[in-house]
Design a protein around this ligand. Structure first.
Ligand code: URA
Length: 281
């Protein structure tokens, strides 16, 4: 296959017309044509030369976009039911179909990424190597040293199904300021459970009054006011992907270290050979 050739269903998906799976159905239904001829499943096209139409409309690949936004409280991330509530999409001055990378609760504000690059989203939100996210949480009361240690070491919180409980992974937690009846904490986690920070803080007896995500990987909100957004630079996109890649490698190494039948590297094998064998008794 020439490097310019691409599976037809992949091209349709890259134009934002449908998922690859749905595009296959559209091809089977005869709704797709290539250079005026009815297309068939398994076809490959040259996106520079071939004209692809869906229901008689020419398809053009979407421009890939990456946005960082300061999501205001009161807005939801979903794009499914755009009519029900105020969504982050209402704040973007474009008709492009963008999706949030992960999500923030309606009552949380702060940093959220949006893109139409599905691969970018998968890499950043993969459960085994989610990149770190930092929040500022204004909580009720003043956590004790012991409570801060519990938060750092992991606390048991309810799973989304409301039945099981899970222990959260170690977190970084520091006190930014203590007030008479509340406290401002900075908390960094690398998991993405629903309402995780709120649940963690409730578990140690300090419910959240206000929550704001201030950082994702190396990326901060900068000067963005609630509701404002900007495009990410190519360098920022690359750096985020590198960040996720590093996390992936680290978690794979840790995983190998834990596995009983783990692969042994060449240098480890050499060391094992050099070790004198134990005498049998
Ligand atoms: N944790 C929460 O509790 N809410 C969010 O929106 C994100 C993380």
């Amino acid at each position: 296959m020439s490097y310019l050739m691409m599976r037809l269903q992949k091209y349709i998906a890259s134009c934002g017309a449908a998922s690859r799976r749905k595009a296959e159905d559209m091809i089977k239904q005869g709704r797709v044509s290539v250079n005026g001829e009815r297309a068939s499943l398994g076809m490959e096209i040259d996106e520079k030369k071939d004209q692809v139409e869906l229901d008689g409309k020419v398809l053009k690949p979407e421009t890939i976009r990456y946005i960082v936004m300061n999501q205001p409280a009161g807005y939801v991330c979903t794009s499914k039911d755009r009519h029900a509530e105020k969504t982050v999409h209402d704040l973007i001055d474009s008709d492009e179909r963008l999706y949030t990378v992960g999500r923030l609760d309606k009552d949380t504000e702060g940093l959220i990424l949006l893109t139409n690059d599905g691969e970018f989203t998968n890499r950043l939100t993969h459960p085994s190597h989610e990149i770190e996210k930092t929040y500022e949480a204004l909580v009720q009361g003043n956590p004790t040293r012991g409570e801060l240690i519990r938060l750092r070491e992991g606390v048991r919180i309810e799973e989304d199904d409301g039945e099981r409980k899970v222990k959260t992974a170690p977190a970084k937690v520091r006190v930014i300021a203590r007030y008479e009846k509340e406290c401002l904490l900075e908390i960094t986690i690398h998991e993405g459970r629903k309402r995780q920070v709120r649940k963690m803080l409730r578990a140690v007896g300090h419910p959240v009054k206000k929550l704001k995500r201030v950082k994702e990987g190396f990326l901060t909100l900068g000067d963005l006011k609630p509701g404002e957004y900007r495009n990410l630079s190519k360098a920022e996109v690359k750096k985020l992907l590198d960040f996720a890649e590093k996390k992936k490698k680290k978690s794979e190494q840790e995983e190998n270290g834990r596995r009983p039948g783990k692969k042994v590297s060449r240098s480890e094998k050499m060391n094992q050979r050099r070790r004198p064998s134990r005498k049998r008794r």
